[in-house]
Design a protein around this ligand. Structure first.
Ligand code: BG6
Length: 293
């Protein structure tokens, strides 16, 4: 299918009725629904589906930078580009295709690539929907250059929630983190699961490969599994910042939380010919069925 700017979208479905929709604009997952047709990813009602900016919501691919520390655009350029479907993707290790529907997307540098990041790369993303409705996004970055390059990476993931003040995030307690709201000051998170009552923008370092977001009101738990992505960025703009964003509703911060599997603190360096893989897998399960990570 196409969106109203004529940009292609791919829809994945499983036999139970779950679905995922991916836009070639940014390789962004813009919808993920369970078998009851309920949307699991947040998208803003004010989202702008127009180049060159990424739509506010879903899962956007942030490469070659996550955040805004260099002269590159915030969260990198990959999410703002038009990707292609890769019919000839090389085999992906440890990916069992049985029962899955999936699509392979590709981004390569174009002629107008930023002078500040003049590297030869291939970024491949496979989005897959499994029989149980789980969504996986697997990215591969390959250096096709004669020289090494470094990058950071993140899956900017907007989870749809009933009420942020009722949400618990488990798996990040006692970790070291950098607080983007305080000049990246480093501190250690205390004891219990994270709860939310004000703006948050933190990078949790060396996190476990499985974390969980519990939505009590909906009795739903998001289980987030990741590989190759040591950090987790947690973001909610809260009231004041929401009002300052043109593509975000004033009250919408209550219905979302970004929990982003990422490699931020230590950039990844690839020598010529080398490849890096970063995997994210999301499950949305009834809270009563949720086993701990
Ligand atoms: C978070 C960052 O991941 O994304 C925040 O840590 C940022 O600093 C937020 O404000 C939203 O970013 P953007 O570029 O999608 O508006």
């Amino acid at each position: 299918t196409k969106d109203w700017n004529g940009i292609d979208q791919v829809v994945l479905r499983n036999p139970q009725g779950a679905s995922a929709r991916i836009s070639l604009h940014g390789g962004q997952v813009i919808s993920w629904r369970n078998d009851l047709g309920l949307e699991l990813l947040f998208s803003s009602s004010k989202a702008i589906f127009k180049s060159p900016k990424a739509m506010r919501g879903g899962i956007s691919i942030c490469f070659p930078q996550f955040g805004s520390c260099s002269s590159l655009e915030q969260q990198g350029f990959a999410r703002n580009k038009i990707w292609t479907i890769d019919d000839d993707a090389p085999p992906l290790l440890n990916f069992d295709i049985r029962g899955k529907s999936f699509v392979d997307l590709l981004l390569k540098p174009g002629d107008e690539e930023p002078k500040c990041w003049p590297h030869g790369f291939e970024l491949r993303v496979r989005v897959s929907l499994a029989l149980d409705g789980n969504l996986a996004v697997i990215s591969r970055v390959r250096n096709i250059n004669g020289k090494p390059f470094s990058f950071s990476f993140g899956y900017h993931t907007y989870l749809s929630l009933s009420d942020i003040s009722e949400v618990r995030l488990e798996g990040l307690e006692t970790l070291d983190c950098l607080d983007n709201l305080c000049q990246r000051e480093r501190f250690t998170e205390q004891g219990d699961a994270l709860t939310f009552e004000s703006e948050v923008d933190r990078v949790y370092l060396s996190s476990p490969n499985c974390i969980a977001v519990l939505d009590h009101e909906r009795k739903r738990t998001y289980v987030i599994r990741k590989e190759g992505l040591p950090d987790v960025v947690v973001w909610n703009p809260w009231e004041k910042k929401s009002k300052a964003m043109a593509d975000f509703g004033d009250e919408e911060y209550k219905q979302m939380l970004c929990v982003d599997g990422a490699a931020v603190e230590k950039p990844i360096t690839l020598k010529p010919g080398e490849e890096w893989t970063g995997r994210l897998e999301l499950a949305a399960v009834p809270s009563s069925f949720c086993s701990d990570c």
